[in-house]
Design a protein around this ligand. Structure first.
Ligand SMILES: [Fe+2]
Length: 412
């Protein structure tokens, strides 16, 4: 007999420190976690932008020794992870600081696990690529300092690895892999170029919206053992409160952050919105937008943020009938006036609000505009259908490639 689940779980980083100038307290934080020799994991873009000075200075003031590994690349490969790991194993570091976008922070998180527990990368990668061994506990402490506002990597339990030879992406995920401390300083985002601000910001909006409308935790079957309850457990009252506020923050601040990168109030709103969206979706889950983005990302060199930004309105249009009330809430926090409208029409205003925001910040309005070939749509749809771990959370059931293709055609 069908029995709905009645329990939700919620996990978080051990600590979060947020605010303009928070990086100045990095030395104190390293000491707090017993660190005396830090490994900084970052990329050459961060070094080139001069951001690293805000990280190194507080460490030097506290007399903490450090080394910098700046070999992280976008969409880091298994080689990036193993290269950083062998660097880390040569230096007896007792704390790791990830500075950058999602890539540098992901590498830092996994290296923190392997440095503490030994073994090799593939031991913990999800099968069939790796062994899928469970991570036994907290690794070497990791402090995550994001320099973009969107990925949510500073609070996420997952790291994504590109296996170039196998032409696939796989992940390592465990609540123990959430950074020990998310140290979010909006000042680190000041030099982020407008296009990156726009695309990463839309990724944050997408995380917030997909989290908010994902299938609710008690509208699915009770697992037959507690360990089988999925990490992406469906939306719940905690994730809902956080996700909706994240939608509002991004909606209020993204245009300003794109127009003037030095508007610190806008950067503050975006960093907070991204952090909150990350907290929400890493508990509730995502949906069809991210399933398609994974499929499309393997075939075209379009950034993740740009991909989800283009897809989001079309998927919202498809999903809105599943829960008009929640889509109306999204419209309201994005500043739409729904008075006197039917529930259905009010819900559709959320789609319009997202389209307008995307257009205002220069996001292309179609897949064609970013070079996607029409003949590839069936294959993109087929591969998206395979991402069941995300699709089970989509509010509207997605069971055929034809359904996905029809969504793609709405935005082609
Ligand atoms: Fe995303």
């Amino acid at each position: 007999m069908y029995r709905p689940d009645s329990i939700f779980e919620f996990s978080l980083n051990h600590f979060i420190k947020f605010g303009a100038g928070a990086c100045a307290e990095l030395g104190y934080e390293v000491r707090k976690f017993g660190g005396s020799k830090a490994l900084i994991v970052t990329d050459k873009g961060v070094v080139g932008a001069g951001i690293l000075q805000s990280i190194l200075q507080p460490l030097e003031q506290e007399g903490i020794s450090y080394a910098v590994f700046d070999g992280v690349i976008p969409e880091p490969t298994d080689h990036t992870f193993t290269e950083c790991l062998s660097f880390a194993r040569q230096g007896s570091y007792d704390i790791i600081i990830g500075v950058g976008g999602g890539s540098a922070i992901d590498v830092a998180k996994t290296v923190g696990i392997l440095l503490k527990f030994g073994g090799e990368l593939l031991d913990y990668v999800a099968p069939p690529t790796g062994q899928g061994k469970p991570i036994p506990g907290m690794g070497t402490p990791v402090i995550a300092c994001p320099t973009t506002a969107g990925t949510g990597a500073e609070v996420s339990p997952a790291a994504v690895i590109s296996f170039k030879e196998l032409k696939l992406k796989a992940g390592i995920s465990s609540p123990y892999q959430r950074p020990t401390l998310a140290l979010v300083d909006p000042c680190l985002c000041i030099s982020m170029p407008p296009k990156v601000t726009a695309t990463t910001g839309m990724d944050a909006l997408c995380h917030a919206i997909e989290s908010y409308v994902t299938r609710q935790y008690d509208r699915k079957a009770m697992p037959d053992a507690p360990a089988k309850r999925p990490v992406y457990g469906g939306c719940n009252p905690l994730s809902d409160a956080i996700a909706l506020r994240a939608v509002e923050l991004v909606s209020d601040h993204l245009r300003r952050a794109c127009d003037n990168g030095e508007d610190l109030e806008a950067r503050w709103g975006m960093s907070l919105g991204s952090l909150m969206a990350g907290i929400a979706f890493t508990n509730s889950g995502l949906g069809l937008v991210h399933a398609i983005a994974l499929s499309l990302g393997g075939k075209y060199p379009i950034s993740h943020g740009e991909t989800v930004a283009i897809l989001l309105p079309a998927v919202m249009e498809f999903n809105a009938p599943s829960n008009f009330a929640k889509f109306e809430e999204i419209a309201l926090v994005m500043g739409e006036d729904t008075e006197g409208l039917s529930r259905g029409d009010a819900a559709m205003l959320a789609v319009q609000a997202v389209k307008r925001l995307a257009a205002d910040i220069g996001i292309p309005s179609s897949l064609k505009a970013v070079g996607v070939a029409e003949k590839d749509l069936p294959l993109i749809a087929e591969d998206a259908l395979k991402v069941q771990r995300l699709l089970v959370g989509n509010p509207r059931r997605v069971s055929t490639a034809a359904q996905v293709e029809s969504v793609l055609r709405r935005i082609y």
